[in-house]
Design a protein around this ligand. Structure first.
Ligand code: ADP
Length: 478
């Protein structure tokens, strides 16, 4: 069947420019679109040469004729087409040899609009980046400036606290201190966020004592946990080496954020931290952390928004609990900078489990004997889970006391053996376990810790006996 009429019809109607030309570059046919875009009459166009339309892109051929470069004949190419008035526009061209030798068909797509659009998008993107940079710099400057007055207020209030005896006035000053700390935390969050957004945040790798770090995190939150009468357990995998290389400050920041949220959103029940070593390849170690709570929980719909900046699951949360909704967004980015990821398992009303992994390094080739000092607590937490929520308070007290007794036992042994590092770690955990209302006991434990830190055998033993006596009065024979 003959379809030549169809060919010429398509060639004429298509929005692409179609030119048929020979090896010398003479134009033999131009479609409607070519006529319109190049602004020639149909007859005029046929008298033109490809040199006039494409200028230097149309080259002298090997066999005396004129043609495009070889690559243009094989693939699409971006070039420019010149109008009758010598102005030009960008096109994508595609050339196919026809069935007749020495005759070619060129199809060209006008890409001026696309190019305009791309240029506009590029400009908008550049402008947005500039704006973002300016906003981040402004935020970083303002928050930095805010730190100075807050620190100033804090310093003066602390001095006043040393001078004032009146209980009521002291309470007011304590509230001011609490507000200063809250404000500092918010300022730091905004500053970190601005730095992360502008890519100025770096991970600072140094050697640190992993167990001391965990002790510090526990110590930071134990007062608040005790105040809310929550049950607290920590389980750290004994295979984790003591000396690790990584950004200790940032790991503490992540744990502190997850812990403060867990405490903030848990009214009754427990909080549990689990840390395990999930893999080690040469000196690279992957650690897996889990912070579980029996608090108010988070629904599926709320989960999706959680790790975005400025997101709190509902506006009433801000009024009830405060916060900026930046904590988890920062946490997520920090974890990702340590080649890890964060996950959340939660059900409304049934508590939440935030878990995350991070990659660190260690120089410790042999696993030193790190006592599984947190193990007993974790087993206890599992038992608690089985029993359900309402028996928590009474069980917590019994377990804490048992734990104190065990640690006091281990401590005296460590002092006897002059294992000062281990003794220091035990003293620090004893400090987090003792009753914070007993001032006398608190002071003695601190003195004991100082003596151990100085590796002073006589003084350490002396202090140990005093602590033991006071503790026995409180929790029974040690
Ligand atoms: P903020 O700094 O305001 O606490 P976060 O990003 O840390 O912000 O948390 C955002 C929101 O996620 C909180 O306001 C709260 O609604 C919800 N959330 C976070 N952790 C918990 C948790 N452990 N239990 C229940 N809700 C939580």
């Amino acid at each position: 069947m003959e379809f030549e009429w169809l060919n010429s019809c398509i060639a004429d109607e298509t929005i692409e420019l179609v030119l048929v030309f020979n090896e010398k570059g003479d134009i033999l046919f131009g479609n409607q679109s070519a006529v319109q875009k190049l602004e020639y009459d149909k007859e005029e166009l046929i008298k033109c040469s490809m040199m006039q339309i494409f200028r230097q892109d149309f080259l002298e051929g090997d066999n005396g004729g004129q043609t495009f470069e070889k690559e243009t004949l094989e693939s699409k190419k971006e070039t420019a087409m010149y109008r009758k008035n010598s102005s030009c526009f960008p096109v994508n061209i595609h050339i196919i040899p026809s069935r007749e030798a020495g005759i070619y068909v060129l199809m060209a797509e006008d890409i001026s609009r696309q190019k305009d659009m791309n240029a506009r998008i590029r400009k908008l993107k550049e402008e947005e980046q500039e704006n973002q940079k300016a906003r981040n710099e402004f935020t970083a400057n303002v928050t930095h400036e805010l730190r100075t007055p807050v620190n100033g207020i804090r310093g003066h209030v602390t001095t006043l606290l040393d001078q004032i005896q009146d209980e009521e006035q002291r309470k007011t000053l304590d509230i001011i201190l609490y507000c200063c700390d809250n404000m500092s935390a918010i300022i730091n969050n905004i500053l970190d966020f601005a730095k992360l957004e502008s890519g100025k945040f770096t991970i600072d790798e140094k050697e640190f004592d992993f167990y001391k770090m965990m002790d510090r995190v526990i110590a930071t939150h134990s007062a608040e946990i005790n105040k809310k009468e929550l049950r607290f357990s920590v389980d750290v995998d004994e295979k984790i080496p003591r000396l690790m290389i990584g950004d200790e400050l940032r790991i503490v920041q992540i744990l502190n954020n997850l812990m403060s949220n867990a405490i903030k959103f848990t009214m009754v029940g427990y909080i549990n931290i689990v840390v395990s070593k999930t893999s080690q390849v040469n000196d690279e170690i992957e650690l897996f952390f889990m912070v579980r709570d029996s608090g108010i929980g988070i629904s599926q719909a709320e989960k999706d928004r959680l790790f975005q900046s400025f997101s709190q699951v509902d506006a009433s949360i801000t009024r009830r609990f405060g916060g900026t909704g930046l904590g988890l967004a920062i946490t997520k980015q920090l974890i990702e900078m340590m080649q890890g990821s964060i996950h959340l398992e939660s059900e409304k009303g049934k508590g939440s489990t935030f878990s995350f992994s991070v990659k660190l390094r260690t120089n410790q080739s042999i696993n030193e004997n790190n006592d599984k000092i947190y193990g007993a607590w974790a087993n206890f937490a599992k038992e608690e889970d089985k029993k359900g929520g309402d028996v928590f308070t009474s069980f917590g007290e019994i377990d804490k006391n048992e734990e104190l007794k065990k640690r006091m036992d281990k401590l005296v042994l460590s002092i006897e053996l002059s294992a000062w590092d281990k003794a220091e770690m035990l003293a620090a955990t004893i400090k987090t376990l003792i009753d914070t209302d007993n001032d006398d006991l608190k002071k003695q434990v601190l003195r004991m810790e100082m003596a151990i830190r100085k590796s002073n055998y006589e003084k350490s033993m002396d202090m140990y006996e005093k602590v033991k006596k006071l503790l026995s009065e409180q929790i029974g024979e040690i």
